[in-house]
Design a protein around this ligand. Structure first.
Ligand code: NAP
Length: 313
């Protein structure tokens, strides 16, 4: 325990926020240590085509983009480790970070970019067609369903926003909700219910997503009425699961301020948490925008905020 390796900066997580923070911090000469997790790359690793990350004239692949970000971070001087942080202590300085792999570090600053995970329905057919017609992000993948029929699952703001967004692309949008009342805000709900290209199926849950094997694609969804148990099949080409996200903040419970849904709280317009020297960037603190490019922007902000703080030590 006495021989902890000391770092100026430790970055936890390896999505666009973490890698961007790493690139900026490394270029500022801070030699950051990035603890990337066991499945590095974040949510873009389960996306296929990416067309909305600026800088690429043609479609790129999510996993490829993350590989490039990692190489870029490493090339400018980041030490990236595939290990998982198991414990942090921000109560005294320097901070302490321990990993699953048995390593223990001290650090002057920590950037948290552990992201959020989309909630899934957890049925086998959903997993089978992920990336082949099943997605958890309409803004990312909606464009691929031009003039096709899609289904949105969920009843919150995200589901309603995704349904409205999909009317820009799809020929028809069906929203399926497990109750007979939406959780979404009134104004969004009214827009949804009055939209001529959206139909809503109440009191139904997804029983199975059905599709073809070769080429692999979704052709429809089997729905179950939760009140009568009656089944019906709706023909669609795509399914967007929008039943919420879970920020990955278990590690920081009781240590950092969170809102009631577990998102880390930062000072408005910055990435500062309530503990000077600890910063949060990307989906772990942002439940509104949740885009790779906004997460990357916040990663940059976190590195700049941390750099400024280090100058005061
Ligand atoms: P949410 O508000 O938690 O809504 C999740 C929805 O999915 C609920 O309608 C829920 O049904 C349904 N659901 C959950 N698990 C399900 C399952 N296993 N099967 C079927 N349906 C399921 O999540 P969200 O819409 O992602 O929003 C998260 C937070 O971000 C909210 O605070 C929201 O206001 C905020 N947000 C804000 C904006 C905005 O301000 N523009 C946009 C997006 C999100 P029940 O209703 O029956 O529980």
């Amino acid at each position: 325990m006495e021989n902890k390796q000391h770092e100026k900066m430790i970055i936890i997580g390896s999505g666009p926020a973490g890698y961007t923070a790493a690139i900026y911090a490394a270029r500022a000469g801070l030699k950051p240590l990035q603890i990337a997790g066991y499945e590095p790359g974040g949510q873009l690793m389960i996306t296929t085509d990416v067309e909305n990350f600026p800088g690429f004239e043609s479609t790129i692949q999510g996993p490829w983009l993350m590989e490039q970000m990692r190489k870029q971070a490493e090339n400018v001087g980041t030490k990236v480790m595939n290990d998982l942080v198991s414990k942090v202590d921000f109560s005294k300085r320097p901070f302490t970070v321990e990993t699953d792999g048995g390593k223990s570090y001290t650090a002057d600053t920590v950037i948290i970019s552990t992201g959020a995970k989309a909630k899934w329905l957890d049925i086998p057919s959903e997993k089978k067609f992920q990336g082949f017609g099943v997605s958890a992000c309409a803004t990312c993948d909606g464009f691929f369903f031009r003039n096709q029929k899609v289904m949105i699952v969920g009843g919150g703001n995200s589901a309603v926003e995704e349904a409205l967004y999909m009317t820009n692309h799809a020929s028809h949008v069906t929203l399926v909700h497990r109750r007979d009342q939406l959780r979404a805000e009134k104004m969004l709900t009214e827009r949804l219910l009055s939209h001529e290209n959206i139909s809503v199926i109440w009191d139904h849950v997804v029983d199975e997503i059905i599709g073809d094997e070769n080429p692999k694609k979704v052709t429809g969804v089997k729905l179950k009425n939760v009140k009568t148990n009656e089944m019906q099949t709706v023909a669609v080409d795509g399914v967007f699961v929008a039943i919420g996200h879970t920020p990955q903040t278990d590690l920081f419970k009781g240590i950092l301020e969170m809102d009631e849904t577990g998102y880390l709280i930062v000072k408005p317009g910055s990435t500062e948490t309530a503990i000077p020297g600890v910063y949060a960037a990307g989906d772990v603190q942002d439940k509104v925008y949740r885009q790779a490019v906004t997460a990357a922007g916040q990663g940059c902000m976190a590195a700049l905020d941390a750099e400024k703080y280090l100058q005061t030590l």
